[in-house]
Each structure stands twice: as structure tokens, then as C-alpha cells.
Ligand binder design. Structure first.
Ligand code: LMR
Length: 394
């Protein structure tokens, strides 16, 4: 069976990380994979995470299995953080998953097993490449909707709504809750309302991937679109990640959260539990326990929020610095959008050849579609990047 297998195409984000590692130049700059780094290039363990881990180490008396859904305190805490006060917890069901990717996968599993037989999943063009990889792997019908306007580097909201007008009842529309990956361009509050109206009219179910809550405009602001949809629509699927906002990437803490009619939520919970059982049984616990410990303790929570806010503001400052440098170097407002985008990423609008040239000539690594990770920069490397862009991009 194993002879003659065809090697799969490498994931373009992870392949770039490998390429960066193999580059012997000292002055190279990694703007690839979405991992936060301090100006010193470190991905820190957050203070509250360290404190929570110490508390868990001191107080934990068993490592026996949790329930199939994971620790209920984790689901409760994270659901509260995402949905706020406006949604009756009786309408929700949730399972812990191995990372946000696990939540995305389990959401698709739910659709495949229990959705309309030919339900189509609509994804933004572009979207996180792994969305497509998973959908292809699961052989699920997929269509794209216009999202990014290459000319303005903003959301093409009219194009998006025109494409979504073709959505059929029972289809799934995958939206990025905030900090769109890979473009950095996001819906406004008014846009979210129009999307909610359209989905309600078409009878489609939104699936919201929220992997960067707290990295855009703040914890509550970043969840505003998700909250609106949960308030306005009968059913919502939410795939959440704690990798970035708690900085616990390798612990794999994700959550699949559903909002439905309260009378159905108990059955939905049993279905979700069964999906965990069938795919990997019990979800990882250490990461979720860290999150539950932090969210359940006022002091730890305040400290975590303060550090998350520092992280968010540092990325915003880098955005402004880069936009300013580019304004000066190109004598134009062409790159002002970088300061308007939110989250870790911006799509620059450079061609694949220009991206390759910046890698070869300047040791600057960004994904081939010209997505750059703002958090890979610091005040000293911003001018280096700005010079590379100004000299390379047509
Ligand atoms: C990214 O988009 O860089 C992150 O979500 C990491 C990943 O797994 O691709």
C-alpha cells in the first residue's frame, strides 16, 4: 500500500517556514507563518499563561479523561468571550477541538454528516489556504465569493453580496470573524448587517472562523460581527482558536461552538460529542484548562487582557510605521491601506515574481500571494521592508 504513494503538494505557508530556516543570511526577515513575535523575535509565553500553568501544576490531582466535549468551564468561558451577553447560553452547544483547525474540520464534519446532502460551502476569495485543503480532502462542494478588491485593497462588498445572492437554502457561508486571513481587509459593521440580512433571506448558515479575536480592534469589537449573526440568524457555527490570543499555539486549544434553537441545543451537543468520539475521542485538555483558569480568575483575566492589548497595539504601531515609510518612499498613498487593515496579516498586492525577488534580494519572506505577517517586523526592520517594496514593486 505504501509503495508508489504520490507526495502531496506542500502547504505554502509551512513550506515557506522551512525555506526561511534554510536561508543562511543573518539579515533575513520572516513574514510568513502567522505567529506573533516581540521586537526581539520571540514568541513569548504570556504572563497569565505561565501563572495558570503553575496553578494547574500545583492543584491538578488527576490526568484522567475529561468528558468528550472537554472541560465545560472552557466552553463556557470561551463562548462568553465570543458571544458576549446577548445570546442565551441555552442556545449553545460546544466541543473542545485540537486547535482552531480542529474546530473548522469538525464544523465541516457536522455539515457533511447532518447538513443538506449537497450543501455547498462558500469561501471568500481568497481564504486561508488550509480551508481549501480540508474541504478538498473531505470532497465537499465548495464555491468562492468575491472578497478582496486588488485595486483598493479593501473588501469588495458589492461583489461579495452579489455572489452570495446565489447561495442556496442550507448552504454554508464561511466568514472570517475578524482579521481576515490572508488579506487583513475586514467587513464594517454596516457590511455585517447586510451579510446577515442576505443570509437570513437565503436560509443559509454562517460558519465563522474566529482565530484572531483581540488582534484587530479589541476583544469585543472583533466579535461584533459574530454576535450580530448569532442574534439575527437561527443557526450559526463558530470555529474558534486560542492559539494566537492566548499564545498557546502548540497546545492546540480550539472550540467548535454552535448557536441554534434552545429546544435543539441538547441534541446538537450529543451530536458534537459523537463527532469528537468518532474522530479522536477526547480533545486535548492542557491548553483549554489554561484558558479556563485565566478566564475564570479576575486577576489572571485582567493581566491576560492587558498583555493581549499590548500585543494588539504593537501590531497597530508597526502598521502605521510601515504605511508612513511607504508613503515617503513611494511619494504616494498607495500603501495607506496597511494602516487600515487589522490583525496579523495584510496582502500587499505584489506579484509572485516580486515576492520571489524580495526574498532573493533582501531575504524577506512573505507568502507567495504577498501576504505578510506584520508581527514578524520590528521598528528596525520596517524601513528595510519599505525599501524592498519601494525598489521591487511595480
Ligand atoms: C497562518 O495562516 O499562518 C496560521 O494560521 C498558521 C497556519 O497554520 O497556517
Amino acid at each position: 500500500m505504501l509503495s508508489g504513494l504520490k507526495a502531496p503538494a506542500p502547504d505554502k505557508i509551512l513550506a515557506l517556514t522551512q525555506m526561511f530556516r534554510e536561508d543562511p543570511r543573518d539579515a533575513k526577515i520572516d513574514l510568513g507563518v502567522g505567529v506573533y513575535r516581540t521586537p526581539e523575535g520571540v514568541t513569548p509565553v504570556m504572563r497569565a499563561v505561565k501563572a495558570a500553568e503553575k496553578r494547574i501544576w500545583d492543584e491538578q490531582t488527576t490526568k484522567s479523561y475529561t468528558g468528550l466535549a472537554g472541560d465545560p468551564a472552557y466552553a463556557r468561558g470561551l463562548a462568553g468571550m465570543i458571544l458576549g451577553e446577548g445570546i442565551d447560553p441555552g442556545r449553545t452547544a460546544a466541543i473542545a477541538t485540537p486547535g482552531g483547525t480542529g474546530a473548522v474540520r469538525q464544523a465541516f464534519e457536522l455539515v457533511k454528516a447532518h447538513g443538506r446532502a449537497d450543501a455547498t460551502v462558500w469561501v471568500s476569495d481568497p481564504t486561508w489556504p488550509n480551508h481549501i485543503t480540508i474541504l478538498r480532502h473531505m470532497e465537499m462542494p465548495t464555491r468562492t465569493y468575491r472578497y478582496f478588491d486588488d485595486a483598493t485593497c479593501k473588501v469588495d462588498v458589492e461583489g461579495m453580496l452579489a455572489d452570495l445572492a446565489e447561495v442556496a437554502e442550507g448552504d454554508i457561508v464561511l466568514l472570517h470573524g475578524c482579521c481576515h486571513n490572508p488579506t487583513g481587509a475586514n467587513l464594517t459593521a454596516a457590511d455585517w448587517t447586510r451579510v446577515a440580512d442576505l443570509l437570513a433571506e437565503r436560509g443559509a448558515t454562517p460558519m465563522i472562523d474566529i482565530a484572531y479575536q483581540g488582534f484587530g480592534d479589541g476583544l469585543d469589537a472583533d466579535a461584533a460581527g459574530t454576535r450580530l449573526l448569532a442574534e439575527r440568524l437561527p443557526e450559526v457555527l463558530i470555529a474558534a482558536s486560542c492559539s494566537k490570543n492566548f499564545g498557546i499555539y502548540r497546545e492546540r486549544a480550539g472550540l467548535l461552538l454552535t448557536v441554534s434553537d434552545a429546544s435543539e441545543a441538547g441534541t446538537v451537543q450529543l451530536v458534537l460529542n459523537a463527532l469528537n468520539r468518532a474522530n479522536y475521542s477526547f480533545p486535548p485538555d492542557h491548553g483549554p484548562r489554561i484558558v479556563a483558569t485565566i478566564l475564570g480568575d479576575a486577576d489572571l483575566r485582567a493581566d491576560w487582557q492587558a498583555e493581549l492589548e499590548e500585543t494588539r497595539l504593537s501590531m497597530l504601531a508597526l502598521r502605521r510605521q510601515l504605511a508612513d515609510e511607504l508613503r515617503q518612499r513611494t511619494n504616494s498613498s498607495r500603501y495607506d491601506f496597511i494602516a487600515d487593515h487589522r490583525g496579523m496579516f495584510s496582502r500587499l498586492g505584489a506579484s509572485p515574481d516580486e515576492v520571489a525577488k524580495m526574498r532573493e534580494d533582501f531575504g524577506i519572506y512573505m507568502v507567495g500571494d504577498s501576504r505578510l505577517n506584520i508581527a514578524g517586523l520590528n521598528a528596525d526592520t520596517v524601513p528595510v521592508l519599505a525599501r524592498a517594496i519601494a525598489q521591487t514593486c511595480a
